[in-house]
Structures are given as structure tokens and as C-alpha cells.
Design a protein around this ligand. Sequence first.
Ligand SMILES: N[C@@]1(C(=O)O)CN(C[C@@H]2CCCCN2)C[C@@H]1CCC[B-](O)(O)O
Ligand SMILES: [Mn+2]
Ligand SMILES: [Mn+2]
Ligand SMILES: [Mn+2]
Length: 291
Amino acid sequence: SCKEKPNRQTLGPPWNEFDMMYMNGCAVKDYGNVTFEEVANDEPIGNVKRPRAVGSANQRLSAAVHAVKNDGYTCVMLGGDHSLAIGSIQGHAAAKKDLSVVWVDAHADINTPLTSPTGNIHGQPMSYLIHELHSKIPVLPNFSWMKPCVSAKDIVYIGLRDVDPEEHHILTLLGIKGYSMTEVDRLGISKVMEETCDYIFSKVKKPIHLSYDIDALDPSISPATGTPVVGGLTYREGVYITEHICQTGMLSAVDMVEVNPKRGKTEDEIISTVNAAVDLIRGCFGRLREG
Ligand SMILES: N[C@@]1(C(=O)O)CN(C[C@@H]2CCCCN2)C[C@@H]1CCC[B-](O)(O)O
Ligand SMILES: [Mn+2]
Ligand SMILES: [Mn+2]
Ligand SMILES: [Mn+2]
């Protein structure tokens, strides 16, 4: 997590007594890893796999993100898979009430437990988070702590190119704003970002929760991920998104998820994926390619 640019003159060496480090003019504090408990016999419930483990993990993550926000930082959550957006956005909303969510992803991750083709919760987080689908989420063990906290009108997707038919129906029914790779090609990324910000700021300027799935980038850049899909964002488009969000001054939390070294076939694939994720986060905190 990172605070705004401190006044350099008043600061001592990079490390000071609050175990903060200063990088790129940001005060960076490492809140450590959220440890997750192993859950034995975590049998699926209907079409939801690992509900108990995922529910308790997200409850812990939610508390951690809440603490980071209460300390006044912009929160950086490094995943893990995209089911962690449940805890990250819950914890953020507990501290900041009204949020806008920019979801950068090849996928919509808005399957409900009933529509999911795989039962994997990483394809469902948005359905747990939005008010409009609350009635479609069954009671699940270890999920009683959470409640919907985002409105459909406060969401924008960027990078969509692998959306299930049921997800497409939900997006259309709820009128959720999205820029698929077709729109990115048609409009260009700068127009997409201009429209995205006009849309989320059209009424009230809400803090932004940027939930960045590394599989939004083309697999040629970030192959070490669970569900790669061809035809993704270029490195430049991916970084432009973060630079544009940064300059709004409204970024309040960012998830960087689905970076999975185990899915890299070579060391180079892993390094390329991790370096892209690092550069995306640097873009969120003011690193400009012009220097
Ligand atoms: N919609 C999905 C789900 O499992 O719900 C199905 N899809 C895989 C499937 C393969 C065959 C062609 C259609 N797509 C992955 C996606 C979840 C991605 C989660 B993310 O966090 O990586 O975005
Ligand atoms: Mn995944
Ligand atoms: Mn995702
Ligand atoms: Mn994805």
C-alpha cells in the first residue's frame, strides 16, 4: 500500500521508524501476507468449488484491506486468483462506502453459482459483490460475513474477449458498461479511458477500485496465468490504463491478480508476466514512461 508523495525534505533515509519505505516518491508500507487456513473436506456446494476456503480467505483479506484503507493508504492487493476481489472490494467498501470499480480482464467474472460453467469462484466474484444479483447468490458456508457493496452502474469493464453466454445476458440485463477488445480496437485505448472516466464520474466522483486481472494483457506479454486468451491488450495499452487512472487522483485500491508462476512454461514466461504486473502497478502510482 502506498501513500501520496511525502515532502522529501522532512524524511530521513528510505526506511524510517514506521517500517515504511519510500519509492518513486511514495511512502510504501508492507502489511505482509494474509495467511489462509487449509480447509479439509471442502466439498462443493451446488456449483461452487472450495466455498469454505475461499469464504474464509476473503473474510481475512477484507479485514486486511479495511485496515490499510483506515490507515489512509492506497491499497495494493497482490493475488492469487480473482476470487480475492470479493474480500478486497468488501474491505475497501467498508472503509470508503461508495466505490466505482474498473475491472480490467479478458473475462467478466460475473457468473452466479447457478450460471457458472466451471464452479470456480474466480469466475464469479462480481456476482457476489453487486446489489442487483444479491437474490441470485445462495447461502454459502463462510460467506455470511459479506454483503453486496457495489452498484451495476458504478462498474466499467475493459478488455473483455471471453464472456460466457449467461454472463453476456447478465451484463446486458443490468446495463453494465464494458469495453471489449472490439471497442478497444475501434476507439483506441485513450478514448476508452476518456469515456470510462466520464462515465464513472458522471454523477458523483467516487473512489476507484481498479481490479486488474493480468490475463487482460495478451498472452504474448503475460502467459503465466490461469486462463490466457489470445487477442489481449498490448503492454502499452495495459500500462496506459494505469497511467490514466493514476492521473484522475481517484485511485483508492488496486488488485493485481491471476499472476501464476506455476503456469509459466519457461523462466522467461514467468519473468515477462511478473515484469508486466510490476509495470502496471508502477503506472498506478505515477511512474510515467516519459521519465
Ligand atoms: N467464465 C469462466 C468461468 O470459469 O466462470 C469460464 N472461462 C473459461 C472458459 C474456457 C472455454 C471457453 C470459454 N471460457 C474462464 C472464466 C473464468 C475466468 C476467471 B478469471 O479470474 O481468470 O478472469
Ligand atoms: Mn483464475
Ligand atoms: Mn478475472
Ligand atoms: Mn480473466
